[in-house]
Design a protein around this ligand. Structure first.
Ligand SMILES: Nc1ncnc2c1ncn2[C@@H]1O[C@H](COP(=O)(O)OP(=O)(O)O)[C@@H](O)[C@H]1O
Ligand SMILES: [Mg+2]
Length: 232
């Protein structure tokens, strides 16, 4: 694996939480590298630390020890302000629950991260409309989240994750709240966006079907990432 292919690198990531019952060591030395254009699925039992790892890889939460390099930038060496700006430009997120803003339309929700990054409203609107068309929602752009089905809400969340043309999209149980058929539609959309745009994804899932769509599966057990299981 040539180093310059790696867009996201986790180096000796540790994460502990202080709880009433003492220190909980969740991640105890995770090392991984994600290459451009890969779909990597992170699996493991409930409570093993998948979300914790994804939050750290996406620079939403700091590790207790270790580093994350995104596009060769040591993200946790940045000030909080620079980190927030860097994250907005570099990482797109899709969560189990869509986290769309209820009082805004689908179109506005998709535009928002790009408006925050700065730019011309007319072109941002055009880009958001294009993305909503790509996820099959041309006819729903003025709908508010409450007027959309669960699957449609997740498609809006995917379009929003793409608006800043992020280096990497991090998805935490993206189909965890969808029925089987709707979940499969979302999985197909992820694969299609990966093929068409070369979009890199890191996806935590306990959905076996989704895990198998990835190029690689990484399993977390006892705080460590087991050696990559090469799927394809
Ligand atoms: N902020 C927190 N404070 C204390 N414990 C936490 C916190 N966040 C997560 N945990 C604990 O860390 C473990 C891993 O959680 P999580 O990453 O959400 O697991 P997964 O996504 O694999 O189900 C769990 O035991 C959870 O209770
Ligand atoms: Mg989780």
């Amino acid at each position: 694996m040539a180093d310059d292919d790696i867009v996201l690198e986790g180096i000796d990531i540790h994460k502990s939480f202080q709880t009433g019952a003492g220190t909980l060591d969740v991640l105890t030395g995770i090392n991984l590298g994600i290459k451009k254009g890969e779909i990597v699925c992170v699996v493991g039992a409930s409570g093993v630390g998948k979300s914790t790892l994804l939050h750290i890889l996406g620079a939403l939460d700091r590790p207790t020890r270790g580093k994350v390099k995104l596009d060769s930038t040591d993200v946790f060496a940045l000030s909080d302000k620079k980190l927030a700006h860097f994250r907005n430009k570099t990482v797109g997120f899709v969560f189990q629950f869509h986290h769309l803003l209820p009082e805004f339309s689908a179109l506005e929700n998709v535009m928002l991260p790009r408006l925050i990054a700065g730019g011309d409203v007319v072109s941002i609107r055009k880009k958001a409309e294009e993305l909503l068309a790509e996820v099959g929602l041309s006819g729903r752009i003025q709908h508010q989240p409450g007027e959309l089905s669960g699957g449609e809400q997740q498609r809006v969340a995917v379009a929003r994750a793409f608006i800043n043309e992020p280096l990497i999209v991090i998805a935490d149980e993206p189909s965890g709240n969808l029925d089987k058929a709707t979940g499969e539609e979302l999985h197909n959309l992820i694969v299609e966006l990966n093929r068409k745009k070369g979009q890199t994804f890191v996806i935590a899932t306990h959905n076996q079907l989704l895990a198998e769509l990835g190029h690689r599966i990484i399993e977390i057990t006892e705080g460590k990432a087991v050696p990559y299981i090469v799927r394809k």
